[in-house]
Design a protein around this ligand. Structure first.
Ligand code: SF4
Length: 415
């Protein structure tokens, strides 16, 4: 095997890591200090941008330790039977790169995953060594997200949580039986066991309010998982049901969705077509509605004919159009729960409306200042100086709103 330079390894292993959506790129503007001015950069191999739960955008070095893998998951470009160029970092190389990038202000943390080298325990041990070396050897205080190899021993999973801020084990496919077919070495029960172990460790590690000096907490940023969308036959309703179960059973911070894209020399059991990115986006919007807007996934599914979310309009608008009798909502009288269901009104807008109406009667102009596009909101609400009058039928309203819905901005993914 040819000897690869560090930068070539970084190129290969950062590219190989891009398929993992659990730490996602965003549209941060490009900045660089390579012209000799300033410090830090937002571009470069392996640097990905993600959002923390409080809305901060952080950059992470997102790489694999290696893209060698002894397993053969049909949907993965790094599987043993794949004909890609391979590379492997040593533990010291990853540690050195992280510290170097951190000191140059390129990154604020590390997202590290790996193909399976020899076996699950050996691989997990390598990942843990990187995190341990950063924390213990270099007092690294940046963010660390470690990918779990679910079949690894519980001791290694527990140690990973001592050094990492976040852990994630990928559930991979919405249907457990599809995972068995497409990833013969993996089992849904091993993934669930690993997630269960992390959940128990998180519960046990809840901070003791009486403790004087808190010990380092187990995975303080919790755990997440990822599902590939469009590789098996699961529809959106099934995917949302699975993610609801996962959130409940394992107290996940996030379920990430990754639209399937065909890979070279793949099996005929996988689709030839990529899943639309818009489908992935609609699933994120539906997930958001379930977690922050009080929607039940059955309500969302009821507005998804054939179990598939509408690609033309977002799931909240689809639900509103299917439930016209629930509108218009009076912005001066309605409960918060009802306001959260108005298409075009976000959580912040609703809270500001509630605040504003303690002081005055809220007008349409007030609402327009609090939302991104009043045209899409107007048909669904009553304000001090506004009433939509006779309800437009759902089909006519839908036709009018679709151009506005197409312009709606994509929501950022969180860490
Ligand atoms: S275990 Fe499966 S998904 Fe992970 S790198 Fe290996 S082949 Fe790919």
């Amino acid at each position: 095997m040819p000897v690869l330079s560090l930068s070539r390894k970084l190129e290969i292993l950062a590219d190989a890591a891009k398929y993992d959506a659990s730490c996602a790129s965003s549209s941060a503007p490009k900045r660089t200090s390579r012209d000799g001015k300033g410090l830090g950069a937002t571009d470069g191999h392996g640097i990905c941008h993600a959002f923390t739960p409080d809305g901060r955008c952080v950059s992470l070095l997102k790489v694999l330790l290696t893209n060698f893998c002894v397993w053969d998951c049909a949907y993965c470009v790094n599987r043993v039977s794949s004909n890609v160029q391979r590379a492997r970092f040593s533990v010291q190389e990853i540690v050195g790169l992280t510290l170097d990038f951190y000191r140059r202000n390129y990154i604020e943390g590390l997202f590290l995953s790996s193909g399976v080298i020899r076996n699950a325990d050996y691989t997990m041990e390598q990942l843990v060594r990187v995190a341990r070396s950063l924390r213990q050897g270099h007092d690294f205080r940046g963010y660390i997200h470690l990918k779990l190899i679910p079949e690894a021993s519980p001791e290694l999973v527990r140690e990973a949580g001592l050094w990492a801020d976040r852990l994630s084990a990928n559930i991979e496919l919405p249907r457990a039986e599809a995972l068995g077919e497409l990833a013969p070495e993996k089992s849904a029960s091993a993934v669930k066991r690993a997630m269960g172990l992390v959940r128990r460790s998180l519960d046990e590690a809840a901070p003791d309010p009486k403790a004087r000096a808190a010990p380092r907490r187990f995975a303080p940023a919790g755990q997440s998982t990822q599902m590939i969308v469009g590789a098996d036959g699961a529809d959106d309703a099934e995917i949302l049901a699975r993610s609801e179960t996962l959130y409940g059973a394992y107290k996940l911070r996030r379920v990430y969705f990754s639209a399937f894209s065909p890979i070279p020399d793949s099996t005929s059991r996988l689709p030839l077509q990529a899943a639309p990115l818009l489908r992935e986006h609609r699933l994120y919007q539906a997930d958001w509605l379930m977690r922050f807007y009080g929607f039940d996934r059955r309500e969302i599914a009821s507005a998804a004919p054939g179990g598939m979310l509408d690609l033309e309009v977002d799931p909240k608008l689809a639900w509103a159009l299917a439930n016209r009798e629930r509108f218009p909502v009076d912005v001066n009288r309605a409960e918060r729960e009802a306001l959260l269901r108005v298409p075009g009104l976000g959580v912040k807008s609703v809270d500001r409306i509630l605040d504003l109406r303690r002081h005055k009667r809220v007008t349409l102009t007030d609402v327009a200042k609090l939302c991104r596009g009043i045209a899409a909101v107007r048909p669904f609400l009553v304000a001090a100086d506004w009433s939509p009058g006779a309800l437009t039928d759902s089909a006519g309203l839908r036709a009018r709103l679709i151009p506005a819905a197409r312009r709606a901005p994509m929501q950022p993914r969180l860490l």
